[in-house]
Design a protein around this ligand. Sequence first.
Ligand SMILES: Cc1cc2nc3c(=O)[nH]c(=O)nc-3n(C[C@H](O)[C@H](O)[C@H](O)COP(=O)(O)OP(=O)(O)OC[C@H]3O[C@@H](n4cnc5c(N)ncnc54)[C@H](O)[C@@H]3O)c2cc1C
Ligand SMILES: O=C(O)[C@@H]1CCCC=N1
Length: 388
Amino acid sequence: MSAEAVYDCIVIGAGVQGSFTAYQLAKKGKKTLLLEQFVLPHTRGSSHGQTRIIRKAYDEDFYAHMLDECYELWAQLEKEAGVRLYRQTGLLVIGPENSRYYELVKTTLKKNKVPMVVLTRDNFSQHIPHVILDEGHGAVVEVPAGILYADRALKTAQGQFQKLGGVIRDKEMVTDIKPGPVVTVVTSSGAYQAKSVVITAGPWANRLLAHTGLELPLEVAKINVCYWKEKVPGSYDIEKRFPCFIQTECKESKEHIYGLPSNEYPGLMKICYHAGSVVDPDHRDQQTDRSDIDILQRYVARCLPGLEPKPAVVESCLYTLTPDRHFVLDCHPTYSNIVIGAGFSGHGFKFGPIIGKLLSELSLGEVPSYDLSPFRIRRFHGNTKSAL
Ligand SMILES: Cc1cc2nc3c(=O)[nH]c(=O)nc-3n(C[C@H](O)[C@H](O)[C@H](O)COP(=O)(O)OP(=O)(O)OC[C@H]3O[C@@H](n4cnc5c(N)ncnc54)[C@H](O)[C@@H]3O)c2cc1C
Ligand SMILES: O=C(O)[C@@H]1CCCC=N1
């Protein structure tokens, strides 16, 4: 194979993280190939659907720090491509006032000087109609938070990558990775070589890593994406400035419940449970557990009285969870030119542009722009399996 045919980098997986990594590499003038197993666009992984939340309301400061640049990069991409990707809605965070998580979220917002409004029991319903605030629960609105148009964002990142000369090959599954100073990537249609490889395979990460002798402690869960019908049309609509929300815990659940205002399907509000049932990503639709929907139904009936308490539409999406719910952003422990972006644990979309930047830096052997210690593989200690 001639030197010309060797890519600077091959990115495996064209979800949000792979697409932004490829785009960042192409921006740096690197010869980049983006491989995707399915025909694009597809709905089998984690990045499909019309909307995602962007927020700084985290219990960890380092996410809020990264989000400063994230907002800038999202705006930059909007300008570059001439498309709208972000819409401000505000994010209502509700939780037990004395709980550690709720306190930490408020602290992060304050520390990072994020514009916020603390609501009282007396003025809550005036600002947020059609929502019942539990006794002992506090409520705060993160003002700049909003939604990202997910499908459109993916298409835009991929389109900008191609405009910069990047190559996408979809319907091409990677079947083997042969490590070395030049890595060989074998697919269902051929073989390619690159100086470095980035694995952003979402729920399939461990299947690919097996070719490199590594197994990460990742669990794949199916999320039932539920849409709930407004009893009075418009009550929870984005046009009426209804915000996104996160209920950190409540009578029905210790896990987050989150929602986005009616937008993509008129009159239907998206509300999901931040946990699901373990699934093999190739057999997602055989997982028919609906216990999360039962929890949501009870919550909706009690706290969102303006919605029919039975989902009108249920779609599916996958989370790839790490034990601590922080991402994996690191080089392979044995092969430094194989970079891994995985385990986005149901909250990685908003970070797409910055993840792309960080993974491109790792793949080029550059010093990463942020401290990656929370995201390193070594934090799992004995919890990784290596066949090497
Ligand atoms: C219901 C739901 C709601 C969410 N809400 C939010 C939110 O509000 N805010 C937020 O920030 N995040 C949210 N997330 C999380 C976010 O969407 C994910 O973290 C993100 O999409 C993960 O992207 P990814 O690129 O890692 O994975 P994926 O999108 O799954 O991409 C991986 C890609 O790799 C491909 N691939 C795998 N194996 C191979 C192979 N062998 N060869 C070639 N290609 C391969 C796959 O086909 C896939 O296209 C949500 C997720 C879900 C499911
Ligand atoms: O990342 C997000 O903002 C959403 C909402 C909270 C739970 C997970 N995803």
